[in-house]
Design a protein around this ligand. Structure first.
Ligand code: NDP
Length: 294
């Protein structure tokens, strides 16, 4: 039987770990959970029949998952677990992390006999609840194949390359989300100033070639409604855009649109607030144009 452990029961980790608890129940395994704020782990145990444990106990897991804000917090828990780590454990990091960190973390963990896979996810909190996340994994193919049966929160698992490739693909995916969201916001704000009904314009765009996930889902559900529900923080999307630009720089690439997007989301995070939802970036466009997108 398999023992899993999940470190970081945030907006994503909490529902992801619920799928691991269900898998453990179905297979006679164990699902351990740990969170910095322990009330959240206790709530998880009560709601999903997982076992809330101390951080040190997570080192006993066969498969150890983490989903923390950045690679820096993952470094911190690796340091805290230290010599408790057990040979044979597979560490699956679902954080949207940094490719350089992945290579370093794989090396640090290998000294303990632990293998590391970067396995960030896409699909948002809805996908995490439904268990339909897309997982992009970096690492040796045999290790990736061995971990596939344990990814109970996944709808799709793609091996994208060596260690760090998962984080690189995730960062580029998210900067594309940022580009699409921002560009749609600019376009709609301008149409609003032009006297066009923004809801009607969005309906047209969503039946036309200018559509994107941002136009089809985010803007209608979060911006036009003025709800801006916080499921994915603006500060985290700005962080992902920064990682994407580090990827560009690492290959001396030319990606001026992505570079400008990083600058815009840093501005939005600082002016609108890093803890606001990512869709609230469009509030900065509204100020720039003195035009609400509604
Ligand atoms: P949240 O802010 O909701 O959760 C962060 C988690 O990390 C919490 O469990 C928090 O614990 C924990 N944490 C923060 N700092 C530390 C620390 N120093 N030591 C230990 N634990 C810490 O973030 P999300 O769940 O939204 O995001 C997690 C990762 O997933 C990020 O990399 C994000 O970019 C990525 N992601 C997010 C998506 C989304 O839609 N939200 C979608 C896909 C990827 P505590 O409860 O104590 O604060």
């Amino acid at each position: 039987t398999t023992t899993s452990a999940f470190i970081g029961l945030g907006a994503m980790g909490f529902p992801m770990a619920a799928h691991l608890a269900r898998l453990a129940q179905d297979t006679g395994g164990h699902a351990l959970v740990w969170n910095r704020t322990p009330e959240r782990a206790r709530a998880h145990a009560a709601q999903h029949a997982s076992t809330a444990v101390d951080l040190q106990d997570c080192a006993q897991a066969d498969v150890l998952f983490s989903c923390l804000p950045t690679s820096a917090e993952v470094d911190e828990v690796i340091r805290q677990l230290g010599s408790r780590l057990r040979p044979g454990t597979v560490w699956v990091d679902c954080t949207s992390g940094h490719p350089d960190s992945a290579r370093r973390q794989r090396e640090v963990l290998s000294a303990h006999g632990v293998t590391f896979l970067d396995a960030p996810v896409s699909g948002g909190t809805n996908g995490a609840q439904a268990g339909t996340l897309t997982v992009m994994v970096g690492g040796p193919v045999a290790e990736v194949d061995a971990v596939r049966p344990h990814l109970a929160f996944a709808g799709k698992v793609v091996h994208v390359g060596d260690t760090g490739a998962g984080f690189a693909v995730k960062a580029i995916n998210n900067v594309l989300l940022a580009v699409n969201l921002w560009a749609a916001g600019e376009g709609l704000a301008v149409l609003g100033k032009h006297g066009v009904d923004i809801g009607a314009a969005l309906e047209v765009i969503n039946a036309s070639s200018g559509r994107s996930n941002a136009s089809e889902n985010l803007i209608g559900q979060r911006v036009l409604t003025r709800e801006f529900p916080v499921t994915f923080a603006l500060g985290l999307l700005a962080k992902d855009a920064g990682i994407a630009l580090d990827v560009v720089e690492s290959v001396k690439g030319s990606a001026p649109v992505l570079a400008q997007t990083l600058g815009l989301y840093r501005a939005a995070a600082q002016i609108i607030g890093e803890h606001e939802d990512h869709s609230a970036a469009l509030k900065l466009i509204e100020r720039m144009n003195a035009q609400e997108i509604t």
